[in-house]
Design a protein around this ligand. Structure first.
Ligand SMILES: [Zn+2]
Length: 142
């Protein structure tokens, strides 16, 4: 089996509501999203010998990363009405998500998102999201 591996990234702020520690405060990361894809090799044409063209896969990954780039990511229901209104009034870019914005949940989010967008013959093996070079979480199935 061949696999193709690529990494995208986005810079964003987040916080963990209800967390008893530093991560309860709004803070930022460069989130690196490392993806492993598998599939049969393309056997003819300009893409012969590839699982998927890196540039095609990167375009899909970038689409998902761009949603969050340079935004404040928050879990639905965790910003007070007053803060939400103030941030909006000042024009800050906000990204609401349905999950607690941990590296683990981001890994699952990207795994499922890639699976929906990539061609059907490409399988997402795993997604690892890094909050820093030392801290990451991986999602895979099977
Ligand atoms: Zn964080």
């Amino acid at each position: 089996m061949y696999s193709t591996n690529l990494t995208g990234h986005f810079d964003a702020a987040h916080f963990l509501s209800g967390y008893d520690g530093k991560c309860k405060n709004i803070h930022g990361h460069r989130f690196d999203v490392s993806v492993s894809l598998s599939g049969k090799l393309i056997m003819s044409g300009e893409k012969s010998g590839m699982v998927i063209d890196f540039s095609d896969a990167k375009a899909v990954l970038n689409t998902l990363c761009d949603r969050f780039d340079h935004t404040l990511i928050y879990e639905k229901g965790t910003l007070s009405e007053a803060l939400f209104a103030a941030l909006n009034a000042d024009g800050f870019a906000l990204s609401e998500v349905e999950f607690r914005p941990t590296a683990e949940h981001f890994a699952g989010y990207f795994y499922r998102g890639l699976g929906k967008i990539l061609p059907k013959h490409i399988r997402v093996l795993a997604v690892t999201v890094y909050e820093s070079p030392e801290n990451s979480a991986t999602y895979s199935e099977d």
